[in-house]
Design a protein around this ligand. Structure first.
Ligand code: 6R9
Length: 659
């Protein structure tokens, strides 16, 4: 490091607040600080601003219907179509402009650009193909696909014909696919033969077929050919059709976008919760799309002339809202890339930013921590001056990583938006408006205008500045989930139980996060307060992992916790009791890891498996996960006086050390 570098690092390390640069504020989509007051005074009508960003076939006659809270309805009786909004309405003005840049793994330089016109055409043809294989309005279509452009095309084709999609992350296991298809009674699957990871082809269809074996009803499948000659030579069955074949049979056809009610389901997305069963989060057409578009415009500062890069996977909500729906609704050029940030080299992302002159980058803290570890020489090899704004999502970002991102990627010229939100919220909820607000590294910022977030104690009273409490949202918002698929009861018990007062018709949404607030109203999110582990920004339920481990032969009981991890944020730590007659050995340990891999996927694999004769339990028999977390984090052990078996704690500690 030069003296200048040292000086700069020292200055950055101390600085606690950063104002957005003038070069940004003067051109920002949201530039008037009065918006906060205006939205508060004019709530809920303020959200007409979001609805105005999309085109309606029939106008809505009420902004919000609260009569059946918490089953809120937004933009009542409005009719629209998400595919129409992301494609058709841009054709006149920018049909020749690129809608989607796809950057494949650099095995064959197989990058593809789709103009709005081209994307429109391919979506229409595929929509016609879906109809041909029997997909009807309101049928749930499952996608189990990696980051290939056909995934975006499939989402928009489904939206066009009013068939809700349910995307299952391609890294999830065959079992996870089967569980989700069964839960949604989904009779259609779109998948692909395989994809590339670090230069090697992966056999994805094999996994999809294994998943289909576990589905309890018949399924029609469409298979995208990604690998060509590198494919694994699977023969398609009678219930499987090739994507290209299906689409080209409808070449040149167009399909009228179905007029969907604002409250009609656009998609389902399964996410982890406290119990073993994943939750089918239901999002609607009007409210969700308006929310994705409004937040894209005001937080990501997207403009039609931008080339915007979100490095997430469409298998997660971030990809839905901020690769597909938000950017395309606004007529922006959106990018998707296949592969990993360190193949063929650790500058993959920076190479993409430079080559495509990306204007915004939206990524996750776990990625930023990895970039930091790899060193600034990788971004320094590239001209990143096209960037105007940076964003993060998925987990808390520590100030050191924030500052590294600010300095080494943004060159101190790009505001950073640290955006807190969830699968359930549909889009961003807490973050600075980048053209208006000062940034404080480590704090996501104030809630967005019109979003009523309060930090409360266990009794539901607001806590004082600086105190930790529970994050709650006290007014509905257009992008909110409407229910859990076919499970209204669980919807209420998961999100509306703790702080609501049904007698008073007071409904408070509880996202299961802890947080604190400062005197400026800036919120620092502290993490989940339920049994959900956040590994590299991905939500995993401890119960799901525990039941996978208990399913392994030789395991009697298991407890799983999240422990700190330098790159991943959190990692999975497992504590396992063996069955009589089974040895605590490496063989069992690797079967446990393989069992989790098979039941959920590689992201859930335990970092460590510690064998123990007992788990620390309270007198009422509940596992004290907090103590296991202390052990995983090599922290001082908290109070053990309420344990039935306090002596076990030191024993587990020793075993963990010798692991
Ligand atoms: C979009 C997404 C949601 C959970 C959420 C919280 C954590 C997300 C965050 C953040 C701190 C941020 N989270 N963004 N924590 N700061 N900026 O990630 O959705 O996969 O449903 O996860 O992620 O704990 O409750 P999802």
């Amino acid at each position: 490091m030069t003296d200048g570098d040292v000086e700069l690092e020292a200055r950055l390390a101390e600085q606690e607040a950063f104002d957005p640069p003038e070069s940004f504020t003067t051109q920002a989509n949201a530039a008037d600080p009065a918006i906060y007051e205006e939205f508060e005074e004019n709530w809920p009508e303020c959200w007409e601003q979001a609805a105005d960003l999309i085109e309606w076939f029939e106008d809505y006659d009420e902004v919000l219907d609260e009569s059946d809270a918490p089953f809120y309805e937004w933009f009542v009786n409005g009719k629209t179509n998400a595919s129409y909004n992301c494609l058709d309405r841009h054709l006149n003005e920018r049909g020749d402009k690129v809608a989607l840049e796809w950057i494949g793994e650099p095995v064959d330089e197989d990058n593809r650009s789709f103009t709005y016109e081209e994307l429109y055409q391919e979506v229409n043809e595929f929509a016609a193909g879906l109809r041909e294989i029997g997909v009807e309005e309101d049928d749930v279509v499952t996608m189990y696909m990696p980051m290939v452009p056909e995934l975006t095309i499939a989402l928009l084709a489904c939206a066009r014909i009013g068939a809700p999609h349910s995307v299952v992350f391609a890294g999830f296991s065959a079992d996870a696919l089967a569980t989700r298809m069964n839960a949604a009674s989904s009779e259609h699957l779109i998948t692909c033969d395989g994809y590339y990871r670090r230069g090697d082809p992966l056999d994805h269809l094999k996994k999809a077929n294994e998943g289909l074996d576990g589905v309890d009803h018949s399924v029609e499948t469409v298979v995208v050919d990604r690998l060509g000659d590198d494919g694994f030579g699977h023969d398609l069955t009678d219930a499987q059709t090739g994507y290209a074949e299906l689409r080209t049979a409808h070449e040149g056809e167009t399909v009228e976008p179905v007029h969907r009610d604002a409250e009609d389901m656009l998609f389902l997305m399964y996410t982890s919760g406290t119990t073993g069963q994943p939750k089918g989060v239901k999002h609607t057409t009007g409210g969700y799309l308006s929310w994705a578009a409004w937040t894209s415009q005001n937080v990501l500062d997207l403009k039609p002339e931008d080339t915007y890069f979100c490095s997430a996977d469409i298998g997660w909500i971030t990809g839905h809202s901020y690769i597909v729906y938000g950017p395309l609704a606004l007529g922006t050029t959106t990018m998707m890339y296949e592969g990993t940030p360190d193949y063929p080299d650790k500058d993959r992302l920076w190479d993409i930013v430079e080559s495509y002159e990306a204007t915004q980058l939206y990524t996750a803290p776990t990625a930023i921590r990895a970039f930091m570890k790899w060193g600034k020489e990788h971004p320094e090899k590239h001209d990143l001056s096209s960037l105007r704004l940076l964003g993060t999502v998925g987990e808390p970002i520590n100030p050191r990583a924030w500052k590294w991102y600010y300095k080494h990627i943004g060159n101190e010229e790009c505001p950073i938006v640290d955006t807190w939100w969830q699968t359930e919220t549909g889009g961003m909820m807490i973050t600075t408006l980048p053209g208006i607000k000062t940034m404080k590294p480590g704090s996501a910022g104030p809630p967005l205008p019109g979003v009523d977030v309060r930090i409360v104690n266990a009794a539901g009273e607001e806590v004082e500045a600086g105190q930790a409490g529970y994050l709650t949202v006290q007014k509905p918002w257009p992008g909110m989930l409407r229910t859990l698929y076919q499970n209204d009861e669980r919807f209420i018990s998961e999100y509306w139980q703790e702080y609501s007062d049904p007698e008073e018709d007071k409904w408070v949404y509880f996202p299961e996060d802890g947080a604190k607030i400062d005197t400026d109203g800036y919120i620092t999110v502290l993490g989940r307060v339920d049994d959900v582990i956040n590994v590299s920004g991905h939500r995993l339920g401890t119960m799901e992992i525990e039941s996978a481990i208990v399913g392994v032969e030789g395991v009697a009981e298991a407890a799983v916790v999240g422990g700190n991890h330098e790159i991943k944020g959190e990692a999975v730590y497992a504590y396992v009791i063996t069955e009589d007659g089974y040895e605590e050995n490496e063989e069992l340990r690797s079967r446990i890891v393989a069992g989790v891999n098979e039941a959920i996927g590689p992201i859930a694999k335990p970092e460590s498996v510690v064998f123990t004769p007992e788990l620390p339990k309270t007198r009422s028999g509940k596992i004290m996960r907090r103590l296991l977390e202390n052990i995983a984090n090599k922290e001082e052990i908290g109070n053990t006086s309420t344990l039935r078996n306090p002596e076990i704690v030191t024993e587990i500690q020793q075993k963990a050390q010798n692991n």
